[in-house]
Design a protein around this ligand. Structure first.
Ligand SMILES: *Cc1c(COP(=O)(O)O)cnc(C)c1O
Length: 381
């Protein structure tokens, strides 16, 4: 099946007891057994729930993977990945990382004796110096947030295979529509389902997808043993969101392209970060590993004034100033004061994350209206 067909049909089948075409919300914590141990495959909803089963199968299919495992948030999913390891083990991670992941790694798991190396992944071979017998996994995000750098997943997978490491990819920014890391050699794909998969800014959820049966059973064990599982109503909402994932993504990409080009030609804009531009440093890698370039765009203002950036964001009427991304509505964020405020200014500026940098999650509204909103807001400075 092609992607759009999978988005609508994979993992779901009409309810056998009623014929309901949509998977019901199985709002139950427990299941009656005919005789001790003789049940219908469901015993307790932390362990299994039919609405969650359908969603896990759907997400696995979208990532061309065998096993989908859902969690109550993206960070809940990452938490279970790190719990595969033991004190003394080491993980190499991208340095341009989602702030919550960085916090989980450094403020929680370092206390339990797991060591993290945060490094630039422009060239996988540079990672060799961090690999020793304790190294277990490489953690990658691509495109990165908010600088929109692209990491070559095939090259990274060749590197991790050579060194016997697991490769885990946070695929949240791309969504399974744009990029399927398992096909490129990754071992674990992670999603903040909260973003594009859910797509309507009404659910917080996470997911992992893997092919290896043994790795899957260890992660399913952790899902049940640690208990960060999503409720059935949330699973239903995401199943509903997924049915239009391909349609939404097509429009996110189209609008992203229009808005990126508009900003690039705007006299008050200094720099636009979007992997679809031919002069983006990783454009060719993006073209090879992604179906299209998405609707996530960052840009900076000429003069690099924090006050100007604030004025622009306060002047938007459509772009809502809010954390998160990937919903149908357009959002804007200010990494220097919001998501990346905990990173020292000098460190931020080294990677280009300056005070005037604004991040857009371009939604699926009419592009003309979004352009007008940007024109109006930029006219205020
Ligand atoms: C939002 C996000 C997360 C965390 O997911 P939650 O669902 O908020 O827990 C992880 N990685 C990336 C790239 C994100 O955007």
């Amino acid at each position: 099946m092609k992607f759009g067909t999978k988005a609508i049909h994979a993992g779901v089948s009409p309810d056998p007891s009623t014929g309901a075409i949509m998977t019901p919300i199985f709002q139950t914590s427990t299941y009656v057994q005919k005789s001790p141990g003789d049940h219908y495959g469901y015993e307790y909803s932390r362990t299994h729930n039919p609405t969650r089963t359908a969603l896990q199968q759907s997400i696995a299919a979208l990532e061309n993977g065998k096993h989908g495992i859902c969690f109550s948030s993206g960070l809940g999913a990452i938490d279970s990945v790190v719990k595969l390891f033991n004190p003394g083990d080491e993980i190499i991670s991208t340095n341009d990382l989602y702030g919550g992941t960085y916090r989980l790694f450094t403020k929680v798991f370092e206390r339990y004796g797991i060591k993290f190396h945060f490094v630039s992944m422009a060239d996988p071979e540079q990672l060799s110096t961090y690999v020793n017998e304790k190294t277990k996994m490489v953690w990658v995000e691509t495109p990165t947030n908010p600088m929109m750098n692209i990491i070559d997943l095939e090259a990274m997978a060749a590197f991790t295979k050579k060194h016997g490491l697991l490769l885990a990819v946070d695929n949240t920014f791309a969504s399974p529509y744009l990029q399927n890391p398992l096909d490129l050699g990754a071992d674990i794909v992670m999603h903040s389902v909260t973003k594009y998969l859910g797509g309507h800014s009404d659910v917080v959820m996470g997911a992992l997808v893997v092919n290896d049966d043994e790795l899957a059973s260890r992660l399913v064990f952790l899902q049940n043993a640690c208990g960060a599982t999503p409720g059935p109503q949330d699973c239903f909402l995401v199943l509903r969101g997924i049915k239009t994932l391909h349609l939404r993504m097509e429009r996110h990409c189209q609008n992203g392209k229009t808005i990126a080009a508009y900003l690039k030609n705007h006299p008050k804009v200094e720099k636009v970060y979007w992997p679809g531009f031919e002069d983006h440093p990783n454009h060719l890698v993006a073209k090879r590993q992604m179906r299209d370039f998405g609707g996530m765009i960052s840009f900076t203002l000429k003069g690099n004034s924090l006050d100007d950036a604030k004025k622009v964001m306060e002047s938007f009427e459509l772009f809502a100033l809010a954390e998160s991304l990937g919903g149908v509505e357009s959002l804007c964020g200010h990494p220097a004061t919001m998501t990346h405020a905990s990173i020292p200014k000098a460190e931020r500026e080294k990677v280009g994350l300056v005070d005037s940098l604004i991040r857009l999650s371009v939604g699926v509204e009419d592009a003309e209206d979004l352009k007008n909103d940007l024109a109006n807001a930029l006219s205020k400075i």
